[in-house]
Design a binder for this molecule. Sequence first.
Ligand SMILES: [Zn+2]
Length: 234
Amino acid sequence: MRPSIRRWIPTSLFPHICVLCDQVCPAQANGDLCEHCRRGLPWNPARDLNGPPGVTRCVSPLLYQGHPRAWVRRLKFHQGLAEARLLGTLLAETVLDEYFDGCRNNEGGQALPDVLVPVPLSLRRLAGRGHNQALSLANVIGRRVSRPVKRRHVRRVRHGVPQRALSRKQRLNNLTNAFVSRPWQGERVAVIDDVITTGATLEALAHCLLAAGASEVHGWCATRTPEPHSPAAG
Ligand SMILES: [Zn+2]
């Protein structure tokens, strides 16, 4: 059932079912996971990361392995809207926890950025894939944190070679002048992406946004690849 239709049906008539174990989730549960499965996810032990240069703050709740990895791949290659809702909700909840330390007002918490910008795809990549997975995530997160999504403010003008097999330095070279941005008026911008690996994409985009007048850039990524030498990477 489409989420837009399901939203209008009372939860008492149509309870949430955990996407991993098919158990009915309690009414107060948030999203599509029961508490047991939620606890079993590969959470990122350092979810508030040191961002790459130019990035004020970087949040990534999950490791790119197991179920989150499968969700990202369905989101990316099969336009998985359920996965966008799942990952976007988990990321938004983590962001609210990290910025507001559990409370929902600004006291004691660092104010959220003003706008969200999904990492753009080049037109060529967009034509091949048919959608931008970062935009799908950003739409979910924007609703959760009450911030607008600027989907056309930044463009990717250079396609470059696929990043997967490149080192961090090669990735940065690959991304030089890859993005162009319309001017900003001192906004604080949160960049949204599905996976952070070396942080090179985030760094290149942050450089572009700051040069165009943004006052701060934050990185919110649903998953991060485990450190190469950590036990989780094995
Ligand atoms: Zn479950």
